[in-house]
Design a protein around this ligand. Structure first.
Ligand code: CTP
Length: 214
């Protein structure tokens, strides 16, 4: 009788949702991320028997059962949460749409309407994935996402290399609110795989499988 091969159980850290960068106490810059991809990944990882910590930016989604949930509102909160969890994880999947810029200053009081133009000054945020890519001391597996509206493979491959990732999942803006969409997946040592019409649940299951069977 063949011996059953036990699949490794990993500590998987997943981020989800769009961060909010506050301008004043009631206004913020954000993006159209629903958080569905990250939540689907958390569910797929739990289903595959892994231990899951989900760092979630605000979403309207029901938290997956059996995942440990940490909440993060801003990109700074998300960076702090990833930084404190990263040393304990075997794999980080950055599915969150982290804002690339944040206001230079958050006003203490609500900005009053004026007659003229209002100019906001923005500063780049910490690239969490790039930080993780340069701190993979324990050999963590790093998975990133790339949203590309042109030169998809070329741009995504650049992110894979520059951020020292193990796997990149690329899609187009058409995927943001869609139930199913085209997805391109590439491992650092494997060729592109194109999936023309996958739901977020199917995409999540493939990513989780690829982590243990690259
Ligand atoms: N990411 C991150 N920290 C940021 C911004 C993005 O960790 N401050 C992560 C996202 O979670 C995602 C990947 O990086 O996994 C996306 O890479 P990025 O270079 O930010 O992609 P885009 O925002 O699409 O970049 P660009 O706008 O330059 O194409």
């Amino acid at each position: 009788m063949p011996m059953a091969v036990k699949k490794p159980k990993l500590n998987i850290l997943i981020t989800a949702g769009g961060t909010r960068e506050y301008i004043d106490p009631v206004r913020f810059l954000s993006n159209a991320s629903s958080g569905r991809m990250g939540y689907a990944l958390a569910r797929a990882a739990v289903r595959a028997g892994h231990k899951v910590t989900l760092i979630a930016a605000p979403t309207a989604l029901r938290p997956p059962v059996k995942a440990r949930i940490l909440s993060a509102v801003t990109s700074e909160d998300m960076f702090k949460a990833v930084r404190s969890e990263f040393g304990r994880c075997d794999c980080l999947i950055m599915a969150a749409a982290v804002s690339d810029y944040a206001p230079v200053k958050k006003e203490k009081a609500k900005i009053k309407k004026g007659k003229g133009k209002l100019t906001l000054q923005l500063k780049p945020t910490q690239d969490i994935l790039a930080w993780a890519g340069s701190h993979k001391k324990k050999g963590q597996i790093l998975v990133g996402f790339a949203l590309e509206d042109r030169c998809l493979k070329k741009n995504a491959e650049r992110k894979l290399k520059d951020k020292n990732l193990d796997l990149i999942v690329a899609n187009t803006p058409a995927a943001i609110a869609a139930k199913s969409s085209a997805v391109w997946i590439k491992g650092k040592d494997s060729p592109w795989q194109t999936h023309k019409n996958l739901s977020k649940i199917q995409t999540a299951a493939r990513i989780i499988k690829k982590i243990t069977n690259p």
